[in-house]
Design a protein around this ligand. Structure first.
Ligand code: DC
Length: 234
């Protein structure tokens, strides 16, 4: 069957990664969490005290960073590794969330990660979620989804997710973090969060995860059939 690229962009905590993961499972595709890559770089910068205003230091650090994904049977998903170390849990901690937008606005960081992401999606059959996937990483993706949801709903979902990992965080703190990240992510100069002209908008405020997944899988199946009919897919 023809394989396509599915790009899922949108605001923080709209359910992008949970949806993308399930869509990939349903289609037998690979799920790539591009946000995890920015988070891993943020963790490296934090641990190595990299100054965010020192271009030389940043360039050197980027050369020393390798972010990879390995499938974990037990977790049933790809886990993020930073220079060979499993950092999946650490990169979800609040202190990483609070610094990741500042790191991901750095041009050199984006250039390096976009290249890696493009390599990962070269063979198609991928679902990648992020902020600039449909606009910068895969502008020719066959299916582009732009996800949004009410801020309060997003904050509550994220707070519950963190609670599930025994991280107790105040709702106001989560709300503030999401709003700040949205603002930095949409206004940065390089690769801002922006809806691609040909993206399908999915407002998940009143949707269950199952409904979100069904919607994207159905859109993907229509695209796959269309690609087959036009003989343009790979
Ligand atoms: O998807 P996430 O919330 O885990 O992403 C964390 C941060 O990484 C997000 O606030 C902005 C940045 N990011 C980005 O700039 N570009 C992407 N393609 C993915 C994430």
């Amino acid at each position: 069957m023809n394989k396509i690229v599915i790009a899922i962009d949108g605001y923080s905590a709209c359910g992008k990664s949970t949806t993308a993961k399930e869509v990939a499972k349903a289609l037998g595709y690979t799920y790539i969490d591009s946000g995890a890559m920015y988070r891993a770089v943020t963790l490296y910068f934090h641990e190595n005290h990299i100054s965010l205003t020192n271009d030389k230091e940043i360039a050197k650090a980027i050369e020393n960073i390798e972010v990879t994904f390995r499938y974990d049977e037990e977790a049933g998903k790809n886990l993020a590794y930073l220079n060979g170390l499993n950092v999946e849990n650490e990169i979800r901690e609040m202190y990483v969330s609070e610094n990741v937008s500042q790191v991901s606005r750095i041009k050199a960081v984006r250039e390096a990660l976009v290249l890696q992401q493009q390599k990962l999606g070269k063979k198609k059959g991928v679902v990648m979620d992020g902020r600039d996937i449909g606009t910068v990483v895969f502008p020719n993706a066959e299916l582009k989804i732009f996800m949004l949801a009410d801020l309060y709903v997003r904050a509550t979902r994220r707070q519950n997710e963190l609670l599930g990992k025994d991280q107790m965080v105040d709702l106001e703190q989560v709300k503030k973090n999401l709003a700040t990240r949205d603002s930095i992510d949409t206004t940065r100069e390089v690769g801002p969060l922006k809806q691609a002209d040909d993206a399908v908008v999915l407002d998940t405020t009143f949707m269950t995860l199952e409904e979100q997944v069904d919607e994207v899988v159905n859109l993907a199946l229509s695209k796959i059939v269309k690609e087959k009919e036009t003989g343009m897919g790979s």
